[in-house]
Design a protein around this ligand. Sequence first.
Ligand SMILES: [Zn+2]
Length: 231
Amino acid sequence: MEDGRRFHCPSALGFYGYLLDPISKISLAPGGLGAIYTPPLARLIEQLQRLPSVGPKTAQRLALHLLKRPDAEVENLAQALLDAKKRVGQCQVCFHLSAEPVCDICRHPQRDNSVICVVSDPRDVIALEKTREFRGKYHVLGGVISPMDGIGPEQLTIQPLLHRVSQPEIAEVILAISPSVEGETTTLYLGKLLQPFTKVTRIAFGLPMGGDLEYADEVTLARALEGRREL
Ligand SMILES: [Zn+2]
């Protein structure tokens, strides 16, 4: 009864109900989203599904949500996508994301020029900036050394890093690379490479806040112990 009512209902929901009816439509579809949705909607859902963490259900929900929004709002979203893609590039100095040739952090007059924090990904810069603890500069490697994936030092921004670190004002380089196998390889490689130029430190890894000693894995616990400091 419910399906029949939706099928004949001329209201907005009825329209979507007709397109998305799970029993009468999807099960009969010979394959491909075009057979279930009207083609422009199928295309939108297909594109949304390409985004990380977006599965078919979320893609459908987002697409239907967008169709219900005012034209201006959807145009703003489309324009923001195009603008960000066109304008956001890399800072020439630290390789963080930037719409300017040199990013805000590198240009900031109050930030400490003598300390460089090395990270693998722009997301790490954002995470560290949110802590408001670090007032130095960054260097984004663009990945970690991973021979299995064909990523060697030459694929990362290590040459420009060496150039920066060889400047006389640099007093310390902090390596803040995630402790995976590849991350460790990268940290050790950079440590050896940079030590002749300056003091090289690495961030401590240990237990998360609210974490329980009992449930921590041995590597994390060993690291926490190794990175202990005086109270
Ligand atoms: Zn920068």
